[in-house]
Design a protein around this ligand. Structure first.
Ligand code: ADP
Ligand code: GLC
Length: 486
């Protein structure tokens, strides 16, 4: 099949979270399965840094319509192999910024224009490249206008799209792209698209909802999240649209997988020592190095808990800060945290680090190498998410012999098998249901107790995790099935 992905980020070029990882691993696996795959993302010079030097100019002058004017862009490409090419839309007024979506805690005021423009450029690029598409696959609100465009009077008659079906994957329904309706002007679409079966929701534009309603298939990134988003608790007001789609058998949950080459403790060049299940000495070295780096006492037996996360309300970091206070006061344990995001969460973590400098190390920022070092160096990894469409870090953790402690929601529910002394042969982590301070604290202490008093069981849980097969070829197979179905 001829498949075109559109997304706002892709590893290694630009990444804020798991979407970027999937835009790396999924196209790669589909290309390995001999599909022809193209991916379009913006060209973000400040974020892509030296990777820009790797790209070739594909079209030096490429005009894209925005509102009533044609804007001149440049298109770059990175040809990975004969089946896989990444394309980049250079338009510096929109994309030459220090961060992807926001600055100093404020979303960029022109985000509607920025991503309408990306969608329009994606459609025009598909035509220019003569892609003869089978599948147009969009991701989250940033690119969901492509699903609308495909069925619109602007593009539906174009031969490039004659047999093309569209898919939208919801990676996170908490972000919908809700904007003032005046922004419809930038899309080039008429007011007839501003109705409840397309772009209108509560008298505003809602890009994600429009994508859901116009795509031929909607998917999300775990089976449990696919059920959760049919309920008001998780749907952020889109349960009606999703119910409509599900009733027509057009909603699927496909679990994310991971790139087992990028995240492989045996060969990972970003960690201080490599290791395997058979020889775990390297993991001990990674732990020691991590404790040193964060200024924590280098005690081999003290359990270390880690977090690597966007610091967003979604991730439950506020509950975590409340829960660990008594552990910091009373227990022999350590915490290492890497994250960036909302200021109030930075402040809360900084306060803990200042209050207990020998027990908790915090690094506020984005740092891929440190993320790998934490996965390798900690004993347990904590994900107390309010909701989690899939979550990748629990899978990275398991591959690195690090035991996840997670809230049983979304993909965390689907990928972690709760510890039970009677079924220790299949246990891979520790889970709790309600996101309360008590439930989280009790679960962290439960994990701490198993670590200290049942090392045989703890080692078994580690080993079970390391043996899990999360490789992306499974995910690619399921997407392929879905494409064939539509
Ligand atoms: P989400 O997409 O909701 O952020 P996921 O668990 O799917 O959650 O993916 C998060 C990805 O982003 C992981 O690869 C994780 O290692 C990475 N990540 C998150 N925050 C940081 C950070 N501050 N520095 C480096 N990597 C980070
Ligand atoms: C989102 C979700 C996360 C998921 C990722 C990749 O950002 O929050 O749970 O793993 O997308 O699909």
């Amino acid at each position: 099949m001829n498949i075109l992905f559109a997304a706002s980020e892709a590893f290694p070029y630009a990444k804020s979270g798991g979407l970027a990882d999937i835009m790396h691993s999924l196209p790669k696996s589909l290309a390995e399965a001999d599909h022809k795959v193209s991916v379009v993302i913006p060209y973000y010079p400040q974020i892509m840094g030296e990777l820009c030097g790797k790209l070739k100019v594909r079209y030096d002058q490429f005009d894209v319509q925005l509102g009533d004017t044609l804007e001149r862009t440049r298109i770059h490409e990175d040809r990975i192999n004969k089946n896989l090419t990444y394309y980049f839309v250079e338009y510096n007024r929109f994309y030459d910024r220090p961060k992807l979506y926001d600055w100093a805690g404020e979303e960029y005021a022109d985000n509607a224009e920025r991503y309408i423009f990306l969608c329009r450029a994606t459609m025009d690029l598909a035509i220019a490249l003569n892609l003869d598409l089978d599948i147009l696959h969009t991701n989250d609100w940033h690119t969901s206008l492509c699903n609308v465009y495909l069925k619109s009077n602007i593009y539906s008659d174009n031969a490039t799209f004659a047999k093309c079906k569209s898919v939208i994957t919801i990676h996170n329904i908490g972000y919908q792209g809700i904007f003032d309706k005046a922004n419809l002007y930038w899309t080039g679409l008429g007011w007839e698209y501003f109705n409840h079966t397309c772009l209108e929701y509560n008298d505003c534009l809602n890009f994600l909802n429009a994508g859901i309603l116009t795509a031929d298939m909607v998917s999300t990134v775990s089976p449990t999240y696919a059920k959760e988003i049919l309920t008001p608790e998780f749907a952020f007001n889109l349960e009606g649209s999703l119910g409509h789609v599900a009733a027509r058998n057009k909603l699927k949950g496909i679990i994310n997988c991971i790139d087992t080459y990028e995240w492989n403790s045996e060969i990972d060049p970003l960690i201080p020592a490599n290791y395997t299940l058979k020889s775990l000495a390297g993991k001990k070295k990674c732990k020691k190095a991590l404790q040193k780096q964060f200024g924590l006492p280098q005690k081999a037996k003290t359990p270390v808990f880690g977090i690597v996360s966007r610091l967003a309300t979604q991730k439950g970091i506020d509950v975590f800060c409340d829960a660990i206070w008594s552990m910091l006061e009373e227990d022999d344990c350590q915490f290492v945290i890497l994250g960036s995001g909302e200021q109030w969460l930075h402040d809360r973590l900084d306060f803990l680090a200042k209050s207990f400098p020998k027990k908790i190390g915090v690094y506020i920022g984005y740092d891929n190498k440190l993320a790998h070092m934490i996965e390798a160096g900690v004993d347990m990894f904590v994900m107390p998410s309010r909701y989690e469409p899939c979550g990748l870090n629990q899978m990275y953790s398991m591959r690195y012999g690090t035991v996840p402690v997670v809230r049983a929601t979304g993909g965390l529910e689907d990928t972690v098998e709760n510890y039970d002394p009677n079924t220790v042969d299949s246990s891979t982590g520790f889970k709790f249901n309600l996101l309360t301070v008590d439930a989280l604290l009790n679960t962290l202490r439960w994990a701490e107790a198993i670590y200290a008093t049942r090392p045989d069981h703890f080692s078994k849980i580690m080993a079970n995790g390391m043996k899990q097969d999360f490789s992306a070829k499974h995910m690619a197979k399921e997407y392929e099935q879905m494409y064939l179905e539509i």
